[in-house]
Design a protein around this ligand. Structure first.
Ligand code: IPE
Ligand code: IPE
Ligand code: MG
Ligand code: MG
Ligand code: MG
Length: 317
């Protein structure tokens, strides 16, 4: 094999270590304490339990891969810790993971999917009670935006742009809106376009935003941005199609969550609509769409995004 072949595992492992370390530092009592206020230890314990030591961290990887994709090779040597774009990308990566972790805490609550297992552990409300789980979710969401607005190292324009991308993807026209459609659709046979819309909002929006936020930490042409938007849309939808498939085909030990929930709870999914075989074929078609879009972006460094698209569709957990 040529030495120029991109090693996704090696790249991911470096990024995952950086993200884990950063999250550990930011989701802590000391990071958010002021001279006047200090967060209650038990609330921060629930937040840390929800965020640390678990999950695939796909969204942070997408942020960092998109940043890498738009970065010209010669500009790739920012010293760490100098507050340049590298720092912005790491903050953006962690902020999306915080929103995602909060969405999982709330998704698992008894008033939503009523799940007891997440990332191989009892869910946050099982461990800490419903009220604290609710508040941990709220606080994680707020912390995500705090991360995007540091005193130094990012221009106010960049901060505002990143906050807007994240807010839109998390809010009523994004994740929260999709979750509302999900709850309203129990026992309802959605048609393909309704199901696609639900999945694009509840899951796709945050994945697409991850890609766009990564690009916003660098400089991207309008051609690149168009390509990245299509890429993010396709893998965002593919991700939830595969989540629907794994709910039927994977076991609890592999998934780290309870399988078979969708059918039990009467949720419309790509498997209930198309059956397993066609749902799988659809995920592969979305992968092709994502890769085709990416190739049209004329990006300096698209390899990590290519690899992550394949991982999204061919994953087993
Ligand atoms: C699960 O997301 C929830 C969905 C949006 C389908 P992930 O499968 O990315 O969960 P973690 O982060 O790896 O636990
Ligand atoms: C969740 O979709 C999407 C979110 C916004 C959290 P699911 O309800 O299918 O996710 P899992 O299967 O519980 O992880
Ligand atoms: Mg759900
Ligand atoms: Mg769920
Ligand atoms: Mg699911």
């Amino acid at each position: 094999m040529s030495s120029t072949v991109f090693d996704l595992d090696a790249w991911s492992s470096i990024q995952l270590d950086r993200v884990e370390l950063a999250l550990k530092g930011w989701v802590s009592v000391t990071a958010t304490a002021t001279t006047v206020h200090r967060a209650p230890d038990d609330l921060v314990a629930a937040m840390r339990y929800a965020v640390l030591d678990g999950g695939k961290r796909l969204r942070p990887l997408l942020v960092l891969a998109a940043w890498e994709a738009v970065r010209h090779p010669l500009s790739g040597h920012f010293p760490q810790g100098e507050g340049g774009n590298d720092e912005a990308a790491l903050r953006a990566a962690c902020s999306v993971e915080l929103i995602h972790a909060y969405s999982l805490v709330h998704d698992d609550l008894p008033c939503m999917d009523n799940d007891v297992l997440r990332r191989g552990k009892p869910t946050v409300h099982v461990k800490f009670g419903e009220a604290r789980a609710l508040l941990a979710g709220d606080a994680l969401q707020a912390l995500a935006f705090e991360l995007l607005t540091p005193d130094e190292g990012m221009s106010v324009q960049q901060q505002a742009h990143l906050c807007r991308l994240l807010a839109r993807a998390a809010g009523s026209a994004g994740m929260a809106g999709g979750q509302a459609i999900d709850l309203a659709s129990v026992g309802v046979a959605l048609n393909e376009s309704q199901l696609r819309q639900m999945h694009r909002l509840k899951t796709g929006a945050l994945l697409q935003a991850s890609v766009l936020m990564g690009a916003a930490c660098g400089t991207a042409s309008s051609q690149a941005l168009t390509a990245l938007k299509s890429y993010g849309g396709a893998i965002g939808l593919a991700f939830q199609v595969v989540d629907d498939i794994l709910d039927v085909t994977a076991d609890s030990a592999t998934l780290g969550k309870t399988p078979g929930k969708d059918a039990d709870q009467g949720k419309p999914t790509y498997v209930s609509l198309l059956g397993l075989e066609r749902a799988n074929a659809y995920a592969q078609k979305l992968l092709e769409q994502a890769l085709t879009a990416l190739a049209q972006g004329d990006l300096p460094n698209p390899q990590a995004l290519q690899g992550l698209a394949e991982m999204v569709v061919n994953r087993t957990s």
